[in-house]
Write a protein that binds this ligand. Structure first.
Ligand SMILES: [Zn+2]
Length: 167
């Protein structure tokens, strides 16, 4: 179907060969990936000794391009906790704890919930932004064991629950 294709990221900020569009219960619309989880040649990350030379940095989440202001939702029932993350996530980091895991959202320009609040699936919790992002507006989505630091982040693919969308 030839519909109206959504905006795409600047090609210079894309470090994946997957150019499909994905919807997710974590955000409105359907968008393309910029940087996948794991070892990457994207230049923004410190060298990780577990990564090969060609992809020397490690990205601890999945970056999905989306225009600034896109609605970010919680896809889980959980509770907002103090983010306690570094400045790389921007001025308004968000951490939602659900069961044994924390879900961290980075680069938001605005949060709609506060630590201590409960969230339910489908609730709009933030607006996407580019704060502390060197490569424009996107959602940085990360999954960690509850209370753990970013070095313990796990592949958030299954939690992101992406479904491909054709335009
Ligand atoms: Zn990221």
């Amino acid at each position: 179907m030839a519909g109206n294709t959504p905006p795409s990221p600047d090609p210079d900020t894309v470090y994946t060969s997957d150019h499909r569009y994905y919807a997710s219960p974590w955000y409105a619309g359907a968008w393309q990936e910029m940087i996948p989880f794991g070892c990457t040649r994207a230049p923004y990350y410190p060298r990780d000794t577990s990564c090969p030379r060609a992809r020397p940095g490690k990205h601890h989440g999945i970056d999905m391009f989306m225009p600034c202001g896109t609605r970010i939702r919680s896809a889980v029932k959980g509770r907002v906790v103090q983010p306690n993350v570094g400045p790389a996530y921007g001025r308004y980091p968000l951490k939602i704890r659900s069961g044994r895991f924390d879900y961290v959202i980075g680069h938001a320009r605005r949060l709609l919930v506060r630590p201590g609040e409960r969230v339910r699936p489908g609730q709009v919790v933030a607006r996407s932004g580019k704060l502390a992002a060197p490569d424009g507006c996107h959602l940085h989505f990360e999954k960690r064991p509850a209370g753990a630091g970013y070095l313990s982040a796990v592949d958030p693919e299954s939690a992101l629950r992406r479904t491909e969308v054709d335009f």
